[in-house]
Design a protein around this ligand. Structure first.
Ligand code: 5GP
Ligand code: ZN
Length: 130
């Protein structure tokens, strides 16, 4: 059972922002900012690592279109595109989706901070990744 597949199949109602043959974008039920939208493929895949390239391209292009729509309609000052992949990264629904989150200012109920790690040897990290 997948809640997003049920939404795609119209078994659960949703607020559709954008739809094409391969993707659906709906308002997130929990609006972190006004217009917060989630973009998903109609084909079920658990996350970006499991998705095939074509599906990733379709979702990415749909997210771009949704970002443009939100920018135009909300007058937001910026937009975050966010994909949580895996429970440790905050993924709660195991159907690939991209959050498109309009940003208005410091009062937004979302903070993204990069807290730098100390004493990281980039060469060592790179060696691990090669
Ligand atoms: P995740 O934490 O997996 O990246 O994001 C899942 C998102 O799906 C959450 O932001 C949550 O609010 C949203 N969500 C969960 N269930 C529903 C639902 O039934 N309808 C809608 N529109 N959003 C949902
Ligand atoms: Zn699904």
């Amino acid at each position: 059972m997948c809640i997003f597949c049920d939404i795609i199949d119209h078994k659960i109602p949703s607020s559709v922002v954008y739809e094409d043959d391969h993707t659906l974008a709906i308002l997130d039920i929990s609006q972190v900012t006004r217009g917060h939208t989630i973009v998903m493929p109609k084909k079920h895949c658990a996350n970006i690592l499991e998705a095939d390239e074509e599906t990733v391209q379709q979702v990415t292009m749909a997210a771009k279109k949704v970002a443009a729509l939100l920018a135009e309609k909300t007058g937001c000052a910026g937009i975050n595109l966010l994909n949580n992949c895996g429970e440790a990264a905050g993924q709660t629904v195991n159907h690939l989706h991209v959050h498109v989150i309009p940003r208005y200012g410091e009062a937004d109920a979302l903070e993204i901070h990069f807290k730098p790690s100390e004493n990281v040897d980039l060469n060592e990290v790179l060696a691990q990744l090669k």
